[in-house]
Ligand binder design. Sequence first.
Ligand code: G1P
Length: 220
Amino acid sequence: TLENLLERKGKTALLKEVRDVANMVNIIAVRQKIQLGLGHAVLCAREVCKNEPFAVMVGDDLMFGMHPGIKQLLDVARTENMAVVGVIEVPENKVDRYGIIQGEEYMPGVYRVRNLVEKPALGTAPSRLAIVGRYVLTPEIFDYLEKLEPGVGGELQLTDALQGLADRNRLLAVKLRGQRFDAGDWVEYLTANIYFALHDEDLHDDLVKRIQELVPCKGK
Ligand code: G1P
């Protein structure tokens, strides 16, 4: 195993890191056997979540910052006792890539969600507040997920199930602070790598030097 290997090689710091993570959580994997959409993927985890609130973190949405995105949602979910989705403002020409919410801001940065639209056509979105792949959900969502009909792209959309909660005034959205990268977009994916490396003190200086060599200054 990885632990044996690290032990044999005397990599004690890495070994401790691996053990600390293993002691913090139990990892249970559930495979989504057919790709029917994000809503279906969450539904596959029903048995594992049982009757408790749970978090969804979409792996190709990267968030960096002082306060982890999911923690910002958890704080609101706990005090308000409701399901919460993370949102950020996106430019007008990118609303068609995301789930878009519409609602009233009732505390700074916290919205009571009234409506959600998955990937609206440009020019038709109710706002520029796009769902980031971070959610804190309550088990009642499973009842809506079970009844889902295929939505945009023929997929079972989590966004459509969330409308069920919004209709009953049971859904909030929090505008997340921090840097967000959508790894589904090439430039964003590459920028995320550079951002991450620039924040690593072992990599920072060499990386800046190499980028400066590659990008000649304007006017030279
Ligand atoms: C999914 C959700 C969408 C959300 C997005 C965030 O879309 O359906 O509402 O805005 O994640 O990354 P996907 O990226 O799977 O197309």
